[in-house]
Write a protein that binds this ligand. Structure first.
Ligand code: ZN
Length: 375
């Protein structure tokens, strides 16, 4: 068994389900056990390990390799330590053929194991970088509100490149969409259903808005294409109006999810929709649902470090994915960020999550060669 596989097995056996998905005080909740376990390994291997507290019982792990001469650049390896929960989650690693099963195997303990193993191997080798600081950042809370990456970005932690661990099948990913969640509310006037003409039905107004979103707005979104991400999308996810059949509802709410392209923001989406509704004589009040912005990720594939990393992954072109990640948060904080990791997102969050061991070893190998190529 390789060191990377052994580490991954140990990580799966330490549950670190995001507390957002479990009742308070559930024994499987929180990243603390994993963070402490990794910190001990990092310290034994010669890394400077420290915890940076984010919430009362939750801390990011920052484990740094510092060269003896002054560092000219800093690279961050940033996988998240939390997992989703889901009933029946398996915390005992099980090998079947080339697949290792268990919660977090691919999302994203596989990346944790590959990244930390790679860093430890590199600093023990003759080819360790002499002028590059490499930081392993085990982040908390990616699966919920990204408190870990938000805290790291807010602390003004700077780096020349962050490689954020997510299952990308060892492809370097430079772009993903963002998400804007909004609540729309239309106002009407209540009346008895026997005299509906005396009221204004807020549900009818919302129905016209939904039709507009499905037709004109959707075709408009289809006309703006990003080379890697395609076009933005809109979904009406929930609608609620009224209490009973015999009252004209005076209020209707809808929850919408708009997947965004780089450059689009909460404010720009609200502006765009307001103008569209206004042009059709419709109106709605808008409120935000997300407590934080979730912008799209777009990192320049021509960035020299991104290109250098890509050459070691045997691919010439960067990839794009359709899920949100810590990379967008770090990028918004000024750190050029890409996604990279072993495994396939198709197995993430599933009941029988697994990772191919060949992916795990490949990811570690690519990282080792990239880190050894740095000055
Ligand atoms: Zn993940």
């Amino acid at each position: 068994m390789t060191k990377t596989e052994k580490l991954l097995r140990e990580l799966i056996a330490l549950p670190s389900v995001n507390p957002a998905f479990l009742p308070a005080n559930d024994p499987n909740s929180g990243e603390k056990r994993v963070a402490e376990f990794l910190a001990a390994i990092a310290a034994r291997s010669g890394l400077d390990a420290e915890f940076r507290q984010v919430q009362p019982t939750r801390a990011n792990l920052i484990a740094s390799y510092r060269p003896t001469t002054k560092a000219k650049r800093r690279i961050i390896l940033a996988p998240h330590m939390d997992t989703v929960g889901a009933p029946g989650a398996v915390f005992t690693p099980q090998l079947k053929g080339n697949r290792l099963y268990g919660r977090g195997a691919c999302d994203t303990k596989g990346s944790v194991a590959a990244m930390l193993s790679a860093l430890i191997e590199v600093i023990a080798s003759r080819d360790r970088p002499r002028q590059t600081e490499v930081v392993f950042a085990g982040l908390i809370d990616e699966e919920s509100l990204q408190a870990g990456s938000r805290a790291l970005a807010a602390s003004k932690f700077k780096a020349d490149l962050a490689i954020v661990g997510e299952p990308t099948r060892c492809k370097v990913v430079t772009a993903h969409k963002g998400a804007v969640w909004l609540k729309l509310e239309t106002q009407g006037k209540a009346a008895h259903a026997a005299r509906p003409e005396l009221g204004v039905n807020a549900a009818y107004e919302m129905a016209r808005i939904c039709t507009l979103l499905e037709t004109e707005y959707t075709s408009r979104l289809g006309r703006t294409k990003h080379p890697l991400l395609g076009h933005g999308t809109i979904n009406v996810g929930a609608i609620h109006a009224g209490q009973q059949p015999n009252i004209v509802p005076d209020r209707c709410t809808a929850l919408i999810d708009r997947r965004t392209l780089p450059g689009e923001t909460n404010a720009s989406i609200i502006r765009e929709l307001r103008t569209l509704f206004g042009a059709h004589g419709l109106s709605a009040a808008f409120s935000k649902i997300h407590p934080y912005p979730c912008p799209a990720l777009e990192t320049d594939p021509a960035n020299p470090l991104v290109r250098q990393f890509m050459t070691f992954t045997r691919r010439r072109t960067p990839g794009a994915v359709n899920f949100f990640s810590d990379a967008a948060v770090l990028a918004a904080g000024g750190i050029p960020s890409v996604l990279f990791g072993p495994g396939d997102i198709a197995q993430a969050h599933t009941r029988d999550e697994w990772i191919e061991l060949s992916q795990l070893e490949q990811a570690k190998g690519f990282l080792v060669r990239f880190l050894q190529s740095l000055e």
